[in-house]
Design a protein around this ligand. Structure first.
Ligand SMILES: [Fe+2]
Length: 379
């Protein structure tokens, strides 16, 4: 199936969403790997998943294989997981070490990416690799940034500076102290759906009280405010989304430090195009990183943080456990739904859907962001 993205009509997208085929075309997926996942600021993982110097986490995003490393300077660095000799991957799974050795020909790299040595590099003679021959063979470094504990990269080097990308959201969230975020849990989900459907569903506040009736009432979502922050960031705000929840215990988890009264009942959630889904509640934060595996498979990593370090005390163990299980239950419900929607949303009939003014504008904004990026790349 050949789809020319330049022929996709913006007005039709506004009314019906993107055409069905873009959620199942292998050719579109291949284009997205470059136009979306290499060009944009994409998220990979949480910095707190790598607490110690030498912690290493390999991650694939689109058509790139990367390694995240906590360096000797305690900073997060990201490199291509590609040996500079014959491009073998260096690491298969999470590990902690100071030297990375390629399994193919045992070229060895320091955690700052520099090449340390390559056995028998000059053939017969037992001569060590010279500084001159080492200097252009370090691991390829990727432009990266850490924000709200989430690690972002830009593979093309062509995206705007990260500070500019994030500024509108940073300003909106000024009243929240993200320095106290404590990672409570990380769970990986496999979804048999196109990655865009996962993002679209996250931005759909309408389904929440119906699909997740155990967690949310219809009344609590009625005051939805759409947030259009930039060409890359959109989201929703429920001014009273958190305030009507009866505390299930007499000792609720503590909220963000220095939280303003205005934010005390507010829930807000955002898509940072393309693959970062951020949910901010007064007492917890959730980040879902969506990584496409193909046109119809995606991996989601759901990370849950306590907003206040006090919440990590033993006395809150039960509350933490029940929050983690409630949020994972919600995500599981979404995954099961998406696996079914993948079939119907890619049928020709899906192009006749009627999106509604009150609920679907944020999702449409995401569709249009995608269209804009894809059309730009076609020149
Ligand atoms: Fe949902």
């Amino acid at each position: 199936m050949y789809i020319d993205v330049k022929q996709i009509d913006e007005e039709k997208t506004q009314e019906h969403g993107l055409p069905p085929d873009v959620f199942k075309s292998p050719e579109i997926f291949e284009k997205e790997c470059d136009a979306v996942f290499r060009q944009g600021w994409v998220s990979l993982a949480s910095a707190q998943q790598l607490p110690e110097v030498g912690d290493i986490l390999p991650v694939k995003i689109g058509d790139a294989s990367l390694i995240i490393i906590r360096g000797a300077d305690n900073e997060i660095g990201v490199f291509h997981n590609v040996c500079r000799h014959k491009a073998a991957p260096l690491v298969d799974g999470p590990c902690r070490k100071r030297v990375l050795v390629c399994p193919y020909h045992r070229w060895a790299y320091s955690i700052d990416g520099s090449l340390r040595g390559a056995p028998k590099y000059y053939g017969k003679e037992d001569q060590v690799l010279s500084a001159e021959d080492k200097q252009d063979k370090g691991l390829l470094k990727v432009r990266s940034a850490v924000w709200w504990d989430t690690i972002f990269v830009n593979l093309s080097e062509e995206a705007e500076p990260f500070e500019d990308f994030i500024r509108p959201l940073d300003q909106l969230l000024e009243g929240y102290d993200s320095s106290g975020l404590k990672l409570m849990s990380t769970t990986e989900y496999q979804s048999s759906a196109n990655w865009k459907l996962a993002v679209d569903n996250f931005l759909d506040g309408y389904h929440v009280p119906f699909v997740h009736s155990q967690a949310v009432t219809v009344e609590s979502v009625l005051d939805q405010e759409d947030l259009f922050l930039s060409d890359n960031i959109t989201g929703l705000r429920l001014a009273n989304g958190a305030s009507d929840k009866p505390a299930k215990t007499d000792k609720p988890l503590p909220h963000f430090k220095h939280l303003t009264e205005k934010n005390a009942g507010t829930q807000q959630w955002f898509c940072l195009f393309p693959n970062t889904l951020l949910f901010v509640d007064p007492v917890w934060v959730q980040v879902i990183i969506v990584r496409p595996e193909s046109e119809k498979y995606a991996t989601e990593t759901l990370t849950i943080y306590a907003a206040n370090p006090e919440a990590m005390k033993d006395e809150f163990a039960l509350q933490r456990e029940s929050l983690i299980s409630a949020l994972n239950e919600v995500n599981q419900q979404d995954i099961e739904l998406l696996d079914k929607i993948q079939f119907t949303r890619t049928s020709p009939e899906a192009s006749k859907g009627h999106l509604v003014q009150a609920w679907d504008q944020v999702g449409i904004r995401f569709h249009r962001m995608w269209l804009q990026k894809m059309q730009q790349s076609e020149g």
